[in-house]
Design a protein around this ligand. Structure first.
Ligand SMILES: [Fe+2]
Length: 212
């Protein structure tokens, strides 16, 4: 995938419903309890591909996926959108006025595509993409890069706001970061999928390149 291209597909679920479910799950399983004290793995081990059940991103889990769970219909529906094994299904939270280190997401494993649905995300939360596969200081320090500094560092770059409620996909094997310049924490659903021909076909049929 071209490292500076972004694709997205519409979801048949309202942002309002997603926000309500995120609020509900974060009351029973606070973000501080999850990996890095800022995430909520949503799917228990029985819902995760066997290759990734022990992956650090996946436990402890809130366990609200599957098992005839009727309390979180929107999140369960998204889990089932891709007809393929999921290797992670988690919420992550980025505080206001904060930036991740420059990084690549190769720890997700081979054959795994990463998708994301911004659920709480304002206009000043931006994804910064570069076309570089490695830099000498990966992973860099947190909060070292503003979008302005990213622009200066990477001649070929793309800096875009991702809208709430859409399913996004882009290349995470190249150096990138997320800067949350908003005054609220940003909450995103990250979906890692062990892609097969059915799920690739669904994505090709439903996604469009974002040109703005
Ligand atoms: Fe990333």
């Amino acid at each position: 995938m071209d490292p500076l291209k972004i694709y997205r597909a519409p979801l048949p679920i309202s942002v309002k419903a997603l926000k309500a479910e995120v609020s509900k799950v974060s009351k029973i399983f606070p973000f501080e309890l999850g990996p890095f004290a800022s995430s909520i793995p949503l799917a228990g081990k029985n819902c995760i591909a066997s290759s990734h059940r022990e992956h650090y991103n996946n436990f402890p889990a809130a366990n609200i996926i599957g098992n005839n769970n009727f309390e979180f219909p929107a999140l369960n529906r998204i889990f089932n959108i891709f007809d393929a094994p999921k290797t992670a299904f988690r919420l992550i939270r980025r505080p206001p006025q904060a930036t991740y280190e420059l990084h690549v997401d190769t720890d997700r494993g081979k054959g795994v595509w990463r998708f994301q649905v911004p659920i709480v995300s304002g206009p000043k939360a931006v994804i910064c993409l570069s076309d570089k596969k490695s830099i000498k200081e990966v992973r860099s320090e947190e909060d070292a890069y503003t979008p302005e500094k990213f622009r200066e560092r990477f001649k070929n770059h793309r800096i875009s706001t991702l809208e709430e409620g859409w399913l996004y996909g882009f290349n995470v094997d190249h150096i990138h970061t997320l800067h949350n310049g908003d005054l609220n924490a940003r909450i995103t659903l990250i979906i890692d999928v062990l892609m097969n021909s059915t799920s690739k076909g669904w994505w090709q049929k439903n996604s469009l390149e974002v040109l703005i």
